[in-house]
Design a protein around this ligand. Structure first.
Ligand code: ATP
Length: 610
């Protein structure tokens, strides 16, 4: 990423922003454009009316001949006063309409990402953050800057044209007083953009440390380990680095602007003396001098506005570029050209020589895994930390495609089926399950949005996960908001809002969420009971056993007692299936499984004290 854009890209971005704005507000956009053009013309009309009026007065013109110009001047003043109010109102409406459309498009595009690889790519995440930042106001701001530029150009062109009609040399002085300043301002604004871009990483780190210091999740460790001072100092180092760069730029700006302001004032003053001298000679009228004064001021302030607008447009374009890239991205997983339906599982799921690594520069996690999950049976995956158990589960859900080999659902390669149809057939509890800031009922209901409001099913799922008693005891039962954040003022005033659950209680809700999908063909449970107390674990596993009969399931647990009665147990090591069989077969084989099982069991054996 850098801070420069080619002219072509800039025009493409501007065109895209205009298209978006017109789509968001088809009626409001032309009206707003018109307002901007009027705003650009208003100072010229005012100056011209003033000139004619002064000239008329100077030659002793009749009251009735001057009256229309006086009225025109009054109307121009009125319009000049009203235009900013109307324009601002229209701009706000336009910005809101654009924000709704752009945010919708951004998240529709995010929905097209069915895999995880792109979401995990740090460069993509950076762009996404910028796209989110710009989504709300970026395109509107860009169009506004574009129109502001047009408005300033209309004012400059109008004044120059008018002054040219009066006196060509006068037009030249107006230009000489303003153009060098314009060029210098443009350079300064480009240097500022570069500087802002260069300090962006420091600012990101500063925000990271600031968020960390205020984070509730991190609060325990920060306090216990006394990390507040360390992270505060790091935050200040980043902030100071950013501020030093800003101050350097501010000094450069002040120096150049000071010199320019002096030069411009000198040229303008010289021009003024010259025009007064010409007026004294009778070559210029009083109105002409007034017009000249208005033109010098008007052109200078319009050009300054132009610079501000261009700088802002440049910044908006850089951000909007990321927005466009993200919102027009292609799906990350290949979409099957002639998709096959995902039939209800009949025979089973087969992993055939599956090789996988998370990125080309990372080591292989799976190196030729062959495994079958027969229909109606349960498969348990066992292995040391990092053996690749969760990775297999992610491949089964098609969050990634294998680099080599295939995964087949009743013989059909997962790559050839629509991913949403596949996922509709799967229920899962992941190791890193979600705790939603929603009500208890919704926390379970999101497991199957089609029956989110079916309280009977939600309660039944909670019963199965051993979560019912916990939820029923909450202040508002299933309708209790399980949240650390207040969604509105009513929540803030309600003492029953913000109920927090323990880790194990949350895990039961996550389980209930999965049980809501228990009519699906494949149930995946990755460490479903890691946070549960012994009693709850026993209950959950009994419940799982009862409901597992006849269902196809994959279970991961480091507590080997919990998986001992799975139909098949596969031990992963070195990216392969090292052992496979029933508990009894594996114990008889006295391999890795037997070693791990005995190791765990020894921890529960009674210790005989001497
Ligand atoms: N998103 C990821 N990006 C890069 N590497 C990853 C990612 N997820 C996992 N890995 C790596 O893949 C390997 C296997 O991880 P995986 O989570 O599948 O192991 P696991 O057997 O489930 O471990 P655990 O028992 O600790 O849960 C690990 O070395 C891990 O560092």
């Amino acid at each position: 990423m850098n801070a420069s854009l080619g002219v072509r890209r800039a025009l493409t971005l501007l065109a895209a922003a205009i298209r978006l704005t017109r789509q968001a507000a088809p009626a409001g956009t032309p009206f707003y454009v018109l307002m901007c053009v009027f705003s650009g013309l208003a100072p010229i009309v005012t100056a011209w009316c003033t000139k004619v009026l002064l000239d008329g007065l100077a030659v002793g013109g009749a009251w009735l001949t001057l009256l229309p110009w006086a009225v025109a001047l009054a109307v121009a003043g009125l319009v000049t006063g009203l235009l900013p109010v109307v324009s601002e109102y229209l701009k706000q409406r336009l910005d809101r309409a654009v924000a709704r459309l752009t945010m919708d498009r951004l998240y529709v595009a995010m929905d097209r990402l069915t895999g995880l690889a792109r979401m995990e790519d740090p460069a993509f995440r950076d762009k996404l953050r910028l796209a989110q930042q710009t989504g709300r106001s970026g395109p509107g701001q860009l169009v506004d800057d574009g129109l502001g530029t047009v408005q300033a150009a209309v004012t400059v062109g109008g004044f120059l044209g008018t002054v040219l009609v009066i006196n060509a040399s006068m037009a030249l002085i107006v230009l000489v007083a303003a153009v060098p300043a314009l060029i210098a301002h443009l350079r300064l604004s480009r240097a500022r953009a570069q500087m802002l871009w260069s300090i962006a990483p420091a600012e990101r780190r500063e925000v990271f440390y600031a968020d960390l210091l205020a984070s509730l999740d991190a609060a325990k460790e920060l306090r216990l380990l006394g990390l507040g001072g360390l992270f505060r100092r790091r935050m200040l180092v980043e902030l100071t680095a950013a501020h030093t760069a800003m101050e350097g730029q501010d000094r450069r700006d002040a120096r150049v602007q000071g010199v320019l302001a002096g030069l411009t004032a000198l040229v303008s003053a010289g021009g003024l003396v010259w025009s007064v001298w010409l007026a004294a000679q009778g070559s210029l009228s009083i109105g002409d001098v007034a017009m000249f004064i208005a033109a010098v001021g008007g052109v200078q302030s319009a050009l300054q506005g132009l610079v501000v607008r261009l700088a802002s447009a440049h910044h908006s374009m850089l951000l909007f570029d990321h927005y466009l890239e993200i919102s027009s991205q292609e799906p990350d997983l290949p979409i099957p050209v002639s998709p096959q339906a995902v039939p209800p599982l009949r025979s089973g799921i087969e992993l055939r020589d599956v090789w996988f690594r998370y990125a080309e520069d990372q080591p292989w996690v799976l190196r030729g895994v062959n495994l079958t999950i027969p229909h109606g049976r349960s498969l348990a995956l066992v292995g040391l930390n990092g053996a690749g158990k969760s990775t297999i589960i992610k491949l089964l859900c098609r969050f990634y495609d294998p680099d080599r080999g295939t995964i087949r659902w009743d013989g059909v390669d997962l790559r050839h089926v629509p991913v949403d149809e596949l996922r509709a057939r799967i229920g899962a509890v992941f190791q890193d399950y979600m705790c939603y800031d929603l009500s208890a009922a919704e926390n379970i209901g999101v497991g199957d949005v089609s029956c989110m409001d079916d309280r009977e099913r939600v309660v039944a799922a909670a019963h199965r996960a051993g979560a019912h008693d916990i939820v029923a005891a909450l202040p508002k039962g299933y309708d209790t908001l399980l949240s650390r954040m207040f969604f509105d003022e009513a929540d803030r005033d309600d003492p029953e809002t913000g109920v927090l659950l323990s880790g194990g209680q949350w895990q039961r809700l996550a389980l209930a969420r999965a049980f809501l999908r228990d009519r699906r063909d494949l149930m995946i449970l990755d460490e479903p009971s890691s946070g549960l107390d012994a009693e709850a674990e026993y209950e959950v596993h009994s419940s799982l056993r009862r409901h597992r009969d006849g269902a196809t399931s994959v279970l991961i647990s480091h507590r080997l007692g919990a998986i001992r009665d799975a139909n098949v147990i596969a031990v992963l090591a070195d990216g392969k299936v090292a052992e496979i069989g029933t508990h009894d077969e594996l114990m008889a084989a006295s391999g890795e499984y037997a070693r791990l099982f005995r190791l765990q069991a020894s921890g529960y054996e009674e210790v005989v004290l001497p």
